[in-house]
Write a protein of this length. Structure first.
Length: 487
């Protein structure tokens, strides 16, 4: 625990939905729901306008549509979200070498390690500057929590939402936590909360008053002791800069169960390609390929195959996933498929072969000889694309033109898909900095219409390469540290 509130937690506000509203002028101030749009889809993020209707993340999309039938329902655009996340993380990296990302839109920062804050006033000032910088660079808002520990900083940022800053002064942790429900503490899920409720404990103060011995008796030594420490406000976990991923995976839940074996294999190969794209995007390779299959009866099977060495070759991953599929009985239908790669490395098997060949060649050459190009093992020829089983026209249109995704028309410019079906796709033509645009409808196979990359939310963001110029000076009268503030 620290004597100064120099641990910062940033949480972007309704990140996916806010990014969509910033990119689409016609949706600003309106309810927006981002997630899987099929009958089995779930809500990833809901805008604050949609939350007023009771829509929240992890809710079934069908339920969300009943609560907010007039909201805009969009398919996630992770290319855009990662781009914005990179901008935010770059700003955080300017505050400290110790930045611990938790997701695309959330991270801890150790301000003390970066020399950017050492007391309440300087921490508040850097928090305010950070929020201003994020809005200027991305056009989005984030909420900031400041405290002497990670647990309290995260609680503070939640209390600051939306678009605020909140500081919990060191020394007030127990008083601040006391009236909160036990679910506030990390590691207390529904089952643990119900167990504690039956024992008469519903608030954090109840846990603190019960004592460590009683919590150990109820929950076991490790969990009980940890929970008691958190209940009295003690959390000494450091901000960890490196959170190395152990695996990369992708999965899809299908609107209707897949019965055709050829279609199942096609989907597995498509997922393998997507998985490799993410793997390469992270600059990694992997040695073990994992296949996940959830069948019609919700039974879930996983199969894995370990290769001779790490690879990022899509053909190798496709073939391994296809081999794994052969050992799975898909009779009755498949509702979910996933492909992952574990045993990550920063090199591939081909790198090792090339390195060894280079060493052998160098040893065989005279010291003054010019080293020529090394021969490679030859190009691999991937298997031909398998023809997918016929689909309904509306399903094909939805897959080709996902709602919310970017398109460009030769005559009308940049726009986004409002919806598709019955052989038609409806597009609204507008850009992040424009006024709300016009809506036009085209055939799904219109040659003038094509998919496009997302546009930046802020076309020309200000230069923050020298920010912060120096550590904000301590100020007296830095405002009420316990209150959330908003512009």
């Amino acid at each position: 625990m620290r004597a100064a509130p120099t641990i910062l937690h940033l949480d972007m506000d309704a990140f996916y939905a806010s990014a969509e509203q910033a990119a689409k002028p016609s949706l600003r101030g309106k309810p927006v729901v981002v997630g899987g749009l099929g009958p089995r889809g779930v809500v990833a993020t809901a805008s604050y306008e949609a939350r007023r209707f009771g829509v929240h993340s992890a809710m079934p999309m069908a339920q969300a549509r009943r609560l907010a039938p007039n909201a805009a329902y969009l398919v996630p655009r992770f290319t855009l979200y990662r781009s914005v996340s990179d901008q935010v993380m770059e700003l955080l990296g300017r505050l400290s070498p110790l930045v611990e990302p938790l997701s695309l839109d959330e991270a801890f920062v150790d301000l003390e390690a970066g020399g950017t804050a050492d007391d309440t006033a300087s921490a508040l000032e850097i928090g305010r500057q950070l929020r201003e910088a994020i809005e200027a660079v991305t056009g989005l808002s984030g909420s900031v929590g400041l405290a002497g520990s990670k647990m309290l900083a995260k609680i503070a940022s939640e209390e600051a939402k939306p678009d605020g800053i909140r500081l919990i002064a060191p020394g007030t942790e127990r008083e601040h936590l006391a009236p909160m429900p036990v679910r506030t503490l990390p590691g207390v899920g529904p089952a643990t909360a119900d167990h504690l409720r039956r024992a008469g404990m519903t608030t954090v103060d109840d846990l603190a008053e019960a004592g460590e011995a009683e919590l150990i008796r109820l929950l076991g030594k490790a969990h009980g002791a940890s929970l008691h420490r958190m209940a009295i406000g003690f959390d000494d976990r450091p901000v960890v800069a490196e959170r190395d991923a152990k695996s990369v995976s992708v999965e899809d839940t299908f609107d209707t169960d897949l019965h055709d074996r050829v279609r199942v294999r096609t989907e597995v190969e498509r997922l393998a390609d997507r998985c490799v794209q993410r793997l390469r995007g992270a600059g990694r390779s992997g040695r073990t390929v994992v296949l996940k299959v959830r069948r019609y009866d919700f039974s879930t099977l996983t199969r894995s195959e370990t290769l001779r060495g790490p690879t990022d070759d899509p053909a190798v991953v496709r073939e391994a996933a296809a081999r794994l599929l052969e050992s799975v009985d898909t009779t009755g239908g498949v509702r979910l498929l996933g492909v992952g790669v574990t045993g990550l490395a920063d090199f591939t098997q081909e790198d090792l072969f090339a390195q060894a060949a280079g060493e052998r060649a160098a040893a065989a050459l005279p010291e003054d000889a010019d080293a020529g190009p090394q021969g490679d093992a030859g190009d691999r020829e991937g298997e031909g694309e398998t023809e997918p089983a016929p689909e309904a026209a509306e399903q094909l249109a939805a897959r080709r033109w996902p709602a919310g995704h970017d398109v460009r028309h030769e005559a009308h410019g940049h726009g986004w898909v409002q919806g598709s079906g019955v052989g038609r796709v409806t597009v609204r033509f507008e850009e992040p900095g424009s006024a709300p645009g016009r809506v036009r409808t085209f055939r799904v196979d219109d040659p003038a219409l094509r998919a496009a990359d997302p546009l930046p939310l802020v076309p020309e963001p200000p230069d923050y390469s020298s920010w912060p110029a120096s550590r904000p000076k301590s100020r007296s009268g830095g405002g009420s540290p316990g209150a959330a503030s908003r512009p």
